[in-house]
Design a protein around this ligand. Structure first.
Ligand code: GDP
Ligand code: GDP
Length: 437
């Protein structure tokens, strides 16, 4: 399971700067595209080769004049309460303030494991800044500079040491023969209806796999001779009232489901188009590099005219994920589900395909032959050779020279070329560029 770390502190201490430093996507290219929405409060930190954790920027836990009673403060506190670890961020230049004291009081009462992070220690005496906060009596203190990315790696180390043992919150044994699928989406798009529909179908053998953590439930099922594990379905089964759905929606749960799955199925409500919340959920799935299927639900409720409108909207708004298959379904009537599972299968097959070095090199060669990288100030980048570097998503390392001058549009061209050449559908494709022969 994905642990949760909350950034807490008064306004202007650098929480959102730190949030960005921790969660900055590896895939900047994805986020530069219109239509992708970056969640400014929830993200995932993925230290290389180490355990990932979710990060929430709680914003102002103590609003300037509303005190701890304000609505934003309540939300922030709720987020902090959910967290496994709190990072109390303070400003090393300004020293302790009354608002810091207020937050500290609250943290003491909640008895949350806390690490004190003294930010903005660039260009000042870090030891002296730390000393000023010693009276807070928080055993673990750390001086960093978020803006200059100094001390971030150490901070991540400390966070990882403090998080619950991985074993203690592990999921049941992974069964490699099962495709792990998560149904994600904002409230009321029809996730519960879909899961209940799937469970109600006769052809399917389903059984619950209780997780070791509270309300983490996965369901194993078979369909058309293939085996699946629906991860993190707690809250989706047997839900009766609609308002319950709204309450139950949790970004953290969504992040956890995305983390655990191989294929994320994002549900949209065909009658409502694509909302900001849909775009945010989609952004999280893309961030995680997950294989993706778009399920456009409630297709039954639409007139022919509305269907045309919905199609046009999908093409326009989801152009940037045109590699993902969009399937029209009705969870209520069970239509489109066969197509849905075919798309899930194709996405999984693409995401987990193994590549040989020679076929990858050949593809790079062909791509460069039919469209060489453009020169910048008289010098063209040279793409010399490539090799596969893992899957889920498929990742390729390209070696060459002057790679820094390789433009985004050429990178997209390469990506599309590889997609076509290897018939990859439903999965992101990543390229890493390494300078040097
Ligand atoms: P938040 O309100 O706590 O989310 O704070 P922000 O992240 O918006 O930062 C507030 C201001 O402090 C911005 O102008 C940042 O550029 C600046 N800031 C953040 N981190 C640092 C840092 O490490 N050093 C310095 N010198 N300034 C910083
Ligand atoms: P969740 O919050 O994503 O789990 O959404 P629910 O499964 O609770 O569905 C929200 C509402 O949409 C309920 O009133 C469902 O009956 C309705 N709904 C779900 N799927 C469909 C569908 O395929 N067609 C129509 N017309 N309504 C649906």
């Amino acid at each position: 399971m994905l642990p949760l770390v909350a950034l807490v502190g008064r306004p202007n201490v650098g929480k959102s700067t730190l949030f960005n430093a921790l969660t900055r996507s590896r895939d900047a290219l994805v986020h530069d595209q219109p239509g992708v929405t970056r969640d400014r409060h929830y993200g995932v930190c993925r230290p290389e080769g180490k355990r990932a954790f979710a990060v929430v920027d709680t914003g102002g836990i103590a609003g300037e004049d509303e005190g701890l009673a304000g609505a934003t403060a309540r939300q922030a506190r709720a987020a902090a309460e959910e967290a496994d670890l709190v990072l109390l961020i303070v400003d090393g230049r300004e020293g302790p303030s009354a608002l810091d004291d207020e937050i500290l009081d609250w943290l003491r009462k909640s008895a949350k494991p806390t690490l004190l992070v003294v930010n903005k220690t660039d260009g000042i005496d870090a030891e002296a800044a730390l000393a000023e906060f010693a009276r807070y009596g928080i055993a673990e203190m750390l001086a960093i500079s978020s803006a200059h990315r100094r001390g971030i790696d150490t901070l991540v180390e400390r966070v990882l040491e403090r998080l619950p043992e991985e074993g203690a919150i592990a999921e049941p044994d992974e069964d490699p023969s099962r495709v792990r699928v998560a149904f994600i989406g904002r409230p009321n798009v029809g996730k519960s209806t879909l899961v209940n529909r799937l469970l109600g179908e006769e052809r399917m053998i389903a059984s619950e796999v209780p997780g070791t953590t509270r309300d983490s439930v996965s369901i194993d099922m078979e369909r058309d001779g293939r085996r699946y594990r629906l991860v993190d379905t707690a809250g989706l089964r047997r839900k009766s009232r609609v308002d319950e759905a709204v309450e139950k929606f949790s970004i953290v749960k969504t992040l956890q489901a995305i983390e655990q799955c191989q294929v994320a199925v994002i549900l949209l409500d065909a009658s409502e188009g694509i909302t900001d919340q849909d775009a945010t959920v989609l952004g999280h799935a893309l961030d995680a590099g997950r294989a993706l299927v778009i399920a456009v639900n409630k297709w039954d409720g639409l007139s022919e005219y509305q269907r045309q409108q919905a199609e046009a909207l999908l093409t326009r708004k989801l152009g940037f994920v045109d590699w993902a298959e969009a399937v029209r379904i009705s969870a209520r009537h069970g239509s489109g589900l066969r197509e849905l599972f075919k798309a899930i299968h194709r996405a999984h097959a693409s995401a987990t395909r193994e590549f040989g070095t020679s076929e990858v090199n050949r593809a790079l060669e062909m791509a460069c032959q039919s469209n060489p990288p453009p020169s910048v100030r008289g010098h063209a980048p040279k793409l010399r050779y490539a090799h596969p570097a893992g899957n889920n998503p498929p990742t390729f390392v390209v070696h060459g020279t002057r790679l820094r001058t390789l433009g985004d549009s050429y990178k997209r061209y390469l990506e599309n070329f590889f997609r076509k050449r290897f018939s990859l559908v439903g999965t992101p494709v990543r390229f890493l560029f390494k300078e040097g022969a």
